[in-house]
Design a protein around this ligand. Structure first.
Ligand code: PMT
Length: 324
């Protein structure tokens, strides 16, 4: 942990947060991630010819895991396909944002939703002369996926950072927040990832695989500190923050979202119910609730399109408020 991080932790008098970071296994590629973030933020801090300051959004996507052994064989997982995060990334890029896509390894990726489940085996053919070519039936979607993805990465507008465990997720999130905090109100966080609420502290994990011969397993899970409120207070206090609230019981969804809005002091909470999450979300804000629906009359329309449009609009108002 570098000086900036320990300063932030000192400003945030929370024993749980300190103990979470102190006991987490150190991030293997922390220096490389910091270097990529520095380069990305510098590139997106300068005002381009059109005079509009580039906006940067960190989209979190997919579920975090909680290892049950240090040399992990078993783990607790959190449900999230990553579709929300990947689709939203495409709409933010379309709206002119640069995106830091913090995603769970193996989950949905931007520009890949129209590809078959196994693109490598299903999209390509081997011709007689042993050359590999795209099968004509997939040519259009493959071309679009490659060219749009490449344009975003080569143009310096898309930085993809993978995580698996809750330890990796929160440490990378802290590095991102440190980097984008200098962008002030131009930065946004869009927390679509499903983040573990409980974990086993690293030092309490056995090193080797748990043995079934030892009988039934008793595990005590500690609570993961709610990092969003720390991010709001200390890590990136000027950034525009959107968190998500997922419930399976629609009777408690809005009350829980309103509670999260107040407790974490985020700007908006997107409430979604598991079974209807692809059709409808409710954006909960101090100014009132807004229902956002997918346009079912349009084939292939996604709820993330009007959702991102609304958030971009609110982010513009937030930037204007400060006269930036
Ligand atoms: O990926 P898909 O299959 O497309 O599904 C999308 C989704 C349903 C996963 C997404 O829309 C969604 O709702 N994501 C948030 C799910 C979630 O973890 O909700 P929660 O109630 O556990 O947490 C609420 C918020 O607190 C989240 O924004 C989370 O990032 C944050 N959190 C959670 C735990 C924790 N320890 N710290 C946090 O900051």
């Amino acid at each position: 942990m570098d000086a900036t991080h320990s300063e932030v932790l000192q400003e945030t008098p929370s024993v749980e947060i300190k103990s979470f970071f102190d006991s987490a296994p150190p991030l293997k590629d922390a220096d490389e991630i910091s270097r990529k973030l520095k380069e990305f933020v510098e590139r997106n801090s300068s005002t381009p010819e059109n005079g509009r300051v580039t906006r940067v959004v960190c989209v979190t996507s997919g579920g975090t895991t909680v290892p049950l052994e240090q040399r992990c064989v078993r783990y607790i997982d959190n449900f999230s396909s990553g579709h929300r995060g990947a689709a939203s990334t495409e709409y933010f890029l379309k709206a002119g944002y640069s995106v830091i896509f913090l995603y769970r390894r193996g989950t949905c990726q931007p520009y890949c939703s129209s590809l078959p489940d196994d693109p490598l085996l299903e999209c390509f053919d081997i011709t007689d002369d042993s050359k590999i070519q795209v099968h004509p039936s997939h040519a259009e979607v493959v071309k679009r996926a490659i060219s749009e993805h490449r344009a975003a990465v080569v143009g310096g507008n898309l930085l993809k950072l993978p995580f698996t465990t809750i330890f990796e997720y929160l440490q990378i999130l802290q590095l991102i927040a440190d980097s984008v905090s200098k962008l002030g109100r131009s930065a946004m966080f869009y927390f679509a990832a499903a983040v573990s609420d409980f974990y086993v502290p690293w030092e309490l994990l056995t090193e080797h695989k748990l043995q079934s011969a030892s009988g039934p397993l008793d595990i005590r899970l500690a609570q993961v500190p709610k990092m969003i409120s720390v991010l709001r207070k200390a890590w990136a206090p000027m950034a525009f923050c959107i968190s998500f609230k997922l419930e399976t019981d629609s009777n408690i969804l809005l009350a829980k979202a309103a509670m999260a809005l107040k407790k974490n002091k985020v700007h908006m909470v997107v409430a979604n119910e598991l079974s209807t999450r692809k059709d409808e979300v409710i954006v909960v804000a101090k100014s009132g609730n807004i229902v956002v629906r997918r346009d079912k009359a349009q084939p292939g329309a996604e709820v993330e399109s009007p959702l991102v449009e609304l958030l971009v609009d609110r982010h513009s108002a937030y930037i204007k408020e400060a006269g930036v």
